[in-house]
Design a protein around this ligand. Structure first.
Ligand SMILES: *[C@@H]1O[C@H](CO)[C@@H](O)[C@H](O)[C@H]1NC(C)=O
Ligand SMILES: *[C@@H]1O[C@H](CO)[C@@H](O)[C@H](O)[C@H]1NC(C)=O
Length: 242
């Protein structure tokens, strides 16, 4: 396929905003009741949003939309391999039968009282069973914040400053108390994560993308050839981890 066609496709999905964002959809299944403070191996119940091999280390903000009746939960963990004994934050939206939200931290998987901290905030009717509700989360410099809408910093609903913050290396989501959730999670692309054709985007445009395919152990050339053969491929992310 000629690169002209690819640029055409990219134009279709481009939106006039700042930065480059990747949007992925997820479903969080019914996992029964798994309280953040009482389940040692919590991460095994969490849907990792890093399913496509994106490098999320160092990410400090997240925007997403979620459709769930209550108990929509985001976990930001210091572990990048699902180790629940590393520190983690929980952002709980619409707990207490959709009356309150919470920001929580645990140091490890000991479940002892002094390894846990939690703060609650009144947020009546924040979730909706049949409607995608937009939210943002920010953890910049240990200031943990959560808000409504997709603009980080606007419409704050919860805030707590962690005096001993840790680096976030993975992000997961789940819905507690038997609830099922539908999510559209957006990841801002930082650094040169996307190169090649994306360098033609101007600073004023944001492309909302779905990842088509994720491959490991492939050379840059093989990636480029694969992208060429797929009509829907508008660019590639080559991240050499060797
Ligand atoms: C999980 O993390 C803890 C604390 O850093 C560490 O002691 C332990 O070895 C890790 N477990 C695995 C399986 O990597
Ligand atoms: C990918 O590369 C790693 C490290 O070089 C190697 O251990 C692994 O077996 C490779 N996987 C495949 C499917 O070739």
């Amino acid at each position: 396929m000629a690169s002209g066609q690819r640029l055409f496709l990219l134009t279709i999905v481009a939106q006039k905003t700042l930065g480059l964002v990747i949007e992925n959809t997820f479903t969080t299944p019914n996992i029964g009741y798994k309280h953040f403070f009482y389940i040692a191996d919590l991460l095994q119940y969490v849907v990792n949003i890093n399913k496509n091999g994106l490098d999320l280390s160092g990410i400090t903000t997240l925007t997403f939309k979620v459709k769930a009746c209550q108990d929509a939960t985001i976990i930001m963990s210091n572990s990048d391999d699902g180790n629940s004994s590393k520190p983690m934050y929980q952002f709980l939206i619409g707990g207490w039968l959709n009356k309150k939200s919470a920001i929580r931290r645990r140091n490890d998987d000991s479940l002892t009282a002094d390894s846990k901290q939690g703060f609650t905030f009144n947020t009546p009717d924040i979730c909706q069973c049949d409607e995608y509700r937009p939210f943002w989360i920010s953890t910049t410099n240990g200031v943990l914040m959560m808000g409504k809408g997709l603009i980080v910093g606007i419409n704050v609903i919860a805030e707590w400053t962690d005096l001993n913050p840790f680096t976030i290396r993975s992000i997961g989501i789940y819905t507690n108390r038997g609830i099922i959730g539908e999510w559209k999670v957006q990841i801002g692309v930082v650094n040169n994560l996307y190169d090649g054709r994306f360098s033609r985007c101007t600073a004023n445009y944001k492309a909302v993308l779905n990842i088509l395919i994720s491959k490991k152990n492939t050379s840059l050339l093989e990636c480029a050839v694969l992208c060429d053969t797929l009509l829907t491929c508008i660019g590639l992310n080559y991240h050499n981890q060797r």
